[in-house]
Every structure is written in C-alpha cells, then in structure tokens.
Write a new protein. Structure first.
Length: 419
C-alpha cells in the first residue's frame, strides 16, 4: 500500500464503518505474517486516506489500534481496539488479496461495506485439497533440501518421508491447541527417531543433516531475520518478542531431537553415521527447482504467482552461492539479500503489488534456521559449548549479512509502499 495523502472523499462515510474496516485490515495483515513496521506503516497509510486518525501498535501476538475522528476534534471520538492474535503465518495469496482490497477502497472503486465483506471472506478455512497440498509441501521441501545438500539417495528418501509425517502432524495439530504447543518437539522426536531406526537397521546416514533437512519448514530462520529487522527499525518490543519466540522454537526442536536419540540409546540401538555427499551436480539443480516449488506451495502463493515465487527463491540461492564462492559466504548472503530486497521493492513500486511476493521466498534459502539448530544440537550432543561455537557464530554472521542486505537494499531502491 503506497504512502497516501489525505482525501476528503471518505469524510461523509460513517466513522464506525471506517474504523471497522481498518481493524479488519490490521487483523488480516497480522495473520499473514506482516512484520510490525510494515503493518503499522500500511495501517497508518490507509487510515490517512480514510480520514481517520490512527495510532497502531503491533507485536507478534496482537495489535493495539487507537482511532480518532479529525472531523470532530472537540468531541469524544477516540476508540481503542486491543486485539489478541496468534502468531502470523506467511500466506502470500491472502496478503495480496488484502492489499488489493485496500487499494481498491483507497481508489474509490470499492465501498467500505463491500470491502469489509471481502476481507471476511478471506477467513474461509482451507479446503481438503489445500491441506493435502500443505502436507505434500512439507515432504517435498525436506526431500528437495536433502537433494540440494547432495546427500545419498537413502538420506533424501528418509528426509522426504519425515517431512510428510511432520506435515501431517502439523495439519492435525492446527485445530488442537494443546497439541499445537508441543508440535515442534513432537515433530523433532518423530524425525530423529525415524532417522535413527533407518541408520540402525538399514544403512548409514548423515544423521544430523537428515534430521535438519526433515525439520526445514519448522526452523525459525525467517522469524529470526524478521526479529532482527524489527529491532533495527526501533520496534523493540515486537523484535524482542519475535526473537524470543524463534529461540524457543529452536529449543523445542532440540529437546525433541535429543529425547528421541536418548530413547534410541536406552533401547541399545547402534546408529551407523556416515558423512557422505555423493550426488552429481544435476541433482542439486533439480532439487533447487523442487525446493522453489515447495516454498511456493508452503507460502500459499496464488497459482499465477508460482513462477515469480519460484524464480525469487532460486535467485536468492544462486546469488548467494556464486557470490559466496567468489567473495566469501557472508558477502554472498549480503549481496543476495540486497538484490532480492531491491527487486521486491521495484516490484511493489511499479506493479503496485506486495513486494513480499518476491522478498520472502527470495531470502528463505538464506536464513540461518538450519545453522542455529545444528549448533545447538552439536553442543547438547557433545556437552561441550566450545564445539558448537563455530556454528553459532555462523548464525550471527548470516544474520548480520542478511540484515545489511535488507537495509542497503531498501536504501538502494525505496519501496514506495509498506507491504
């Protein structure tokens, strides 16, 4: 949504109707994974266009909105809405639809009542086909990430199987709050136990790498990146809360993995662990296409946006890889984040659609989720903090490179809109 100037065309519209639309818009943007600074900027922009004074405050689990009517400054018109919301989940299709509805309202092509109804229609729960696609997306992402790492075929198959089981668990837990709280730990136990059984009775596996590939969708790398981005934008409460949530997720995954491996040890099973990356180069390129498609599914992009989302995901990986080979890994991640951010901003500016359609999938292959879990797992398994320091320092380096790329990408080409 572009930064707009005040417009008198909405002055005659009911103040309560304008407020209701802004509340609905804020709730939807929050549900679709919008960060605090972008959500607050978008709501302020639309409120200005609707001739409503608005002071938004967003955090990962809620929104506070204070409204006032500038047409009646001497009257008691201030309204405050405190909205408790679950953690947002990236949904590119619904984000684009919410953005489109708001744009049409501001352009005068859509009435507030009709727009409010269209917003409510976005809350329709996903159908069976969409849920099945999400489960398959988990399996395909794990399968493709293992291929991208050029693991042996058995490792790739085990990671894909684990991904399918985890996707089924996540879908099952979605409507069961108590199970959902522990779903990350249970998913990690499931992946680690299955991997251990195969390594004990079938053939050697790259144990930790297979487990991490299996859990790739649950890793909070994007949350860590958004948290640091919010902190640098001076949204300290939201950034701190999001960072704490990401760290908690890593701890849950680590606890689940360690419990499963401890049970395996109690059962007296002997794991065959073997570090091997035997695949030819074509497997990596085929896996890149598959993982890009998997993220388009998991981010719930519109079908017409699949090629764009896939191209963004592949581009981020390729820039980071080849620039990293030439200048070092941190420089590669920095350059990839800078280019993807600038391209996303240009897409938002010239196509008048959310830049998140390019920005989010473009940086997903760069985020440090797998590195953070690997470092913590190494420390816990070997009970030696020194052993995991290199991996954890790698997480810090990735975060710094990503942050620098995002900041300078926005400086290189300003988005002109908030989403």
């Amino acid at each position: 949504m572009p930064l707009s100037t005040p417009d008198t065309s909405f002055a005659s519209t009911s103040f309560s109707l304008r407020v209701a639309f802004l509340v609905e818009l804020a709730q939807h943007l929050h549900r679709y994974g919008t960060t605090a600074q972008r959500l607050e900027g978008a709501i302020t922009s639309v409120a200005r266009k609707l001739q409503v004074g608005c002071e938004p405050w967003s955090n990962p689990t809620g929104v506070i909105l204070t409204f006032s009517d500038p047409q009646r400054p001497g009257e008691e018109t201030e309204i405050t809405r405190v909205i408790r919301l679950p953690l947002g989940d990236t949904d590119l299709y619904r984000l684009a639809e919410a953005d489109r509805i708001a744009e049409e309202v501001m352009a005068g092509h859509l009435g507030l009542g009709q727009a409010h109804a269209l917003m409510r229609a976005l809350d329709k729960p996903p159908g069976r086909r969409a849920r099945i696609m999400q489960v398959l997306g988990f399996g395909l992402a794990a399968f493709a990430i293992a291929g991208l790492l050029r693991l042996p075929w058995l490792d790739i198959a085990v990671a894909g199987l684990n991904g399918l089981m985890i996707g089924t668990l996540v879908e099952y837990a979605a409507s069961r709050p108590r199970l959902k709280e522990a779903s990350e730990a249970i998913a990690a136990m499931l992946a680690a136990f299955t991997t251990a059984l195969v390594a004990s009775f079938v053939a050697p596996l790259n144990q930790n790498t297979v487990i991490i590939a299996s859990l790739i969708v649950l890793l909070p790398g994007l949350a860590l990146t958004n948290a640091v981005n919010e902190l640098t934008s001076q949204h300290l409460v939201s950034g701190t809360a999001r960072f704490a949530g990401a760290v908690t997720t890593v701890l849950k995954l680590t606890v689940g993995t360690v419990i499963a491996l401890y049970i395996v040890e109690l059962l007296g099973l002997h794991l065959q662990v073997h570090a091997s990356r035997p695949q030819p180069e074509w497997v990596e390129w085929a896996s890149l296409v598959l993982v890009a498609f998997a993220f388009a599914v998991l981010f719930r992009a519109a079908r017409r946006d699949y090629p764009l989302v896939m191209l963004a995901a592949a581009s981020g990986y390729l820039i980071a890889r080849f620039a990293g080979q030439a200048f070092g890994s941190p420089a590669g991640i920095f350059l990839a984040a800078l280019v993807i951010t600038a391209i996303g901003n240009s897409y938002a500016r010239w196509w008048n659609r959310p830049g998140a359609i390019i920005r989010v999938p473009g940086i997903i292959t760069l985020v440090p989720g797998s590195a953070s879990l690997r470092g913590l797992l190494t420390m816990v398994q070997q009970q030696d903090a020194v052993v995991g320091q290199d991996a954890l320092m790698g997480v810090v380096n990735i975060l710094l490179a990503l942050l620098a790329g995002l900041l300078f990408g926005n400086l290189l080409l300003t988005p002109g809109r908030n989403l």
